[in-house]
Design a protein around this ligand. Structure first.
Ligand code: HEM
Length: 404
């Protein structure tokens, strides 16, 4: 246990207890203080009810996306080597949000994602060749973490050998880096140098066949996208696409390693995997992004001030008993599941089709090769938390594998 915290007035999303088991905390807050406030980390509000979170997400004129991180960057905007970079569309408001989002949508359409499935499955199978042959494995490090970086590298058109470097940048930006701004600045500098090199290559070669090439040759009102915008968008795709999806795959495998019945049922009835994916997304939602209050106002009885942060607690909304029957129970064939793990409103996740495909294929391929596995007794499972929650180590014993 960490120190004793009054969660209604001093919640701390980086506290060990919040990272490990936020569910009871959200229940308490929903009952006692449905929009809680803390002074920790510069101060923020935390709505925990489904109706409030989804309403706020649909009021971008009240709640801006100019700042989506709880701990703001230490450096002034524009202080990087390439001037002002914008992680659009996630950290901009309309009108810029509209045209930057529109530019990305085709690459993430269901059809585009279908085309990536064959490659994703082949890569999962290759990973499982290594895992199935062993008595134990780390389902997070050896598997979940390996998948999304490889997929996004392919989409961006950069060498897949970069995936470990990508993973490092992501961890520096979103895990350790969330509370350590120096690490975040270092990650940003390395990432921007790399992507600037890739942008220059595509400008010289005229390549349009990958996501970076599409951004380099895109225009808005007849003007090409500035370098800072392209860099910000590439960085966003990497960071938004990797940490989140690896958390989603990891939480699913952790659940299956600790819930024999669900695992056995999915092995027997793999056609249930898509609905299990939705349930894992609901119950273990990884992502909480922030907003900035635009003007002083009273909101549902709370005195909010311009510049206050609000945490869009989509994961807490997904456990609200007013919207989900037995919300703390994981029901892999749940019938009504209108979860908001991918957000709501204009910023709803651009990569949701891709994330769903990666989670489904990762689970299908894991269970096909290793139908029986369990958490190693007494081994430690570590969870990353804060704004993206997921297991970072899942030591498992492999009880049965197929093809070895
Ligand atoms: C399980 C995996 C994922 C989850 C749970 C997730 C969740 C979210 C959430 C909650 C938002 C809304 C943020 C807000 O309201 O401020 C969001 C936005 C976004 N996500 Fe995802 N995401 C996942 C995977 C991905 C992937 C694979 C990509 C792309 C490679 C991606 C790209 C984006 C982008 C570009 C936005 C910004 C959309 C906008 O502002 O219009 N995400 N995501």
């Amino acid at each position: 246990m960490g120190e004793l915290i009054d969660w209604t007035t001093a919640f701390d999303i980086f506290d060990k207890d919040y990272i490990e088991n936020p569910f009871e905390i959200w229940d308490t807050l929903r009952n006692e203080c449905p929009i809680a406030h803390t002074d920790k980390w510069g101060g923020s509000w935390l709505p925990t009810k489904y109706d409030t979170v989804t309403k706020m997400a649909r009021e971008p004129e009240l709640f801006s996306s100019r700042e989506i991180l709880v701990v703001p960057p230490a450096e002034a905007p524009g202080s990087g080597a390439y001037g002002e970079t914008k992680a659009a569309p996630i950290s901009v408001d309309a009108p810029m949000h509209t045209w930057t989002r529109r530019q990305l949508l085709p690459a993430f359409s269901p059809r585009a994602v279908d085309e990536l499935e064959v490659f994703t499955r082949a890569w999962c199978r290759e990973l499982m060749d290594g895992i199935a042959a062993r008595p134990t494995a780390d389902a997070a490090v050896d598997y979940a973490q390996q998948i999304p970086a490889q997929v996004i590298a392919t989409m961006l058109g950069v060498p897949t050998s970069m995936k470990d470097t990508f993973t490092k940048w992501v961890r520096w930006s979103l895990e350790a880096g969330l509370t350590n701004p120096e690490l975040r600045i270092k990650a940003r500098a390395e990432l921007q140098d790399f992507f600037m090199g890739e942008i220059i290559k595509r400008r010289e070669s005229g390549t349009k066949t990958d996501l970076i090439g599409e951004l380099v040759h895109a225009d808005h009102d007849g003007e090409p996208f500035p370098d800072g915008l392209i860099l910000g968008m590439c960085g966003l795709l990497l960071i938004a696409g990797v940490d989140t999806t690896w958390s989603g795959i990891g939480s699913s495998l952790w659940h299956l390693a600790t819930n024999k019945e669900d695992r056995e049922r999915l092995v027997q009835e793999p056609e249930l995997i898509p609905s299990a994916v939705e349930e894992f997304l609901r119950a273990y939602s990884p992502v909480t992004m922030a907003r900035l209050v635009n003007n002083d106002m009273e909101y549902e009885g709370c005195p909010m001030h311009a510049g206050d942060r609000v945490l869009m607690a989509f994961p807490a909304a997904n456990r609200d008993p007013e919207h989900f029957e037995n919300p703390d129970q994981v029901i892999i064939d749940r019938e009504h599941n209108r979860h908001v793990a991918f957000g709501a409103g204009i910023h709803r996740c651009v990569g949701s089709n891709l994330a769903r495909m990666e989670m489904r294929v990762a689970i299908e391929e894991f269970l096909a090769r290793v139908p029986d596995f369990e958490l190693i007794e007494d081994a430690e499972v570590t969870w990353a938390g804060g704004q993206v929650r997921g297991p970072r180590t899942i030591p498992v014993r492999i009880n049965k594998s197929i093809g070895h």
